[in-house]
Design a protein around this ligand. Structure first.
Ligand SMILES: Cc1ncc(COP(=O)(O)O)c(C=O)c1O
Length: 364
């Protein structure tokens, strides 16, 4: 049994082969089709496909105007990429505390970390559960702070009936190999503001706006760049894979949710184990099935001996030397010391999930 699953839809083989055969490999019609499908099938607003979740986050911060002298607030409970993109902009990462029952940035933690220099906030939907986005967006609006959700774990999640990817000024997604929808590596940025989207599309390809850069008679586009652009676009054979993998996303999300609900019932009454909170106004994409346990290393070893993998997935990132922590974040410290995740992906069979239930219920 694997902890994560890489899903390659059967339709993907033919789709990628046809793209290779066409020899149109770079960004083209398939990227456009993938973007249209992300909007239609996953509810992303004005999605721009890029070549990783990290570049999606970085480009969103660039378009938000984050630069040297600015501060960007983020939780420490995330993957290192969320913090690195702030440093890539020359800005200062400011780590804020989380809700220990979910692992998500709390509105109170966010508010407490705001200074006159705060330019942006990166709420991370830990494991796929949406953060308290109405509260976070309201605080951000009061202070003129740009909100860029890190939805690397959360495609297909909903919050108060709305899709993640439609809630905030920017939302960044990852299509890396073990994410719900993979393009091998890839990502997307959704923008609620039309002008931001235009900037994202322009700056993902060197900053050259193809529509207003005609080919000259000498055979090169005519342009005069006024700012830095990036080589962040997705290519067509990755998009062909992503498009095929989007097809059965609703069924795969439903399977993940069914497994999570099986686990919720099976683990409701186990001493030394606390399930994460399940707010009724949002639906997780269940990239992770997380909980907090006592004597975590004993738990991991006992499950491993019973053939069940478990993982912290990511430990707090502020303790890395590049960020200068660990900082004083009491809820983060508690979560970091006790959180653990079980397999929850669509490739698990009924026998697998029963084995997981039995392995946990047997104790540690
Ligand atoms: C929370 C979070 N943010 C950002 C990223 C970066 O995504 P990518 O690997 O596609 O660059 C990841 C990657 O796993 C992640 O878990």
């Amino acid at each position: 049994m694997d902890f994560f699953n890489t899903h390659v839809a059967s339709e993907a083989f033919e789709a990628v082969r046809a793209t290779l055969e066409s020899t149109r490999l770079s960004e083209g019609v398939r990227v456009k089709a993938f973007e249209a499908a992300l909007a239609e099938q996953a509810g992303l607003v004005r999605p721009a496909a890029v070549n990783s979740g990290t570049t999606a986050l970085h480009l969103a911060l660039v378009v938000a105007g984050v630069g040297p002298g600015d501060e960007v607030i983020l939780p420490a409970q995330t993957f290192i990429a969320t913090g690195l993109v702030v440093l890539m902009c020359g800005a200062k990462p400011v780590f804020a505390d989380i809700d220990p029952t979910t692992g998500n940035l709390s509105p109170a933690g966010f508010a407490a970390a705001i200074t006159a220099r705060t330019k942006a906030v990166l709420p991370v939907h830990w494991g796929g559960l949406p953060c308290d986005m109405d509260e976070i967006n309201a605080i951000a609006a009061q202070h003129g702070i740009a909100v860029c959700e890190d939805a690397a774990h959360a495609i297909g999640a909903t919050y108060r009936g709305r899709s993640v990817g439609s809630l905030s000024r920017f939302t960044a997604f990852s299509f890396q190999a073990i994410k719900h929808v993979t393009t091998g590596d890839g990502g997307a940025i959704a923008c609620t503001d039309q002008r931001d989207a235009q900037e994202v599309f322009r700056r993902r390809w060197f900053g050259i706006d193809r529509a207003s850069s005609p080919m000259s008679e000498l055979g090169e586009r005519e342009y005069d760049l006024a700012d830095v652009g990036y080589k962040y676009h997705l290519n067509d054979y990755c998009a062909a894979l992503g498009l095929a993998n989007l097809g059965d996303l609703p069924q795969r999300l439903a399977r993940r949710r069914a497994i999570a609900s099986e686990f919720d019932s099976a683990f409701a009454d186990i001493p030394g184990l606390r399930l994460h909170a399940r707010p009724h106004d949002r639906v997780s994409a269940y990239w992770l099935y997380g909980m907090r346990v006592e004597r975590r290393l004993d738990f991991v070893r006992a499950l491993r001996d019973r053939g069940v993998p478990s993982s912290v997935c990511h430990l707090r990132i502020d303790a890395n030397a590049v960020f200068g922590g660990p900082f004083d974040l009491p809820h983060t410290a508690e979560f970091d010391a006790t959180q653990i995740n079980l397999p929850v992906h669509e490739a698990l069979t009924a026998a697998d999930t029963q084995r997981i239930v039995d392995a946990v219920r047997a104790g540690w």
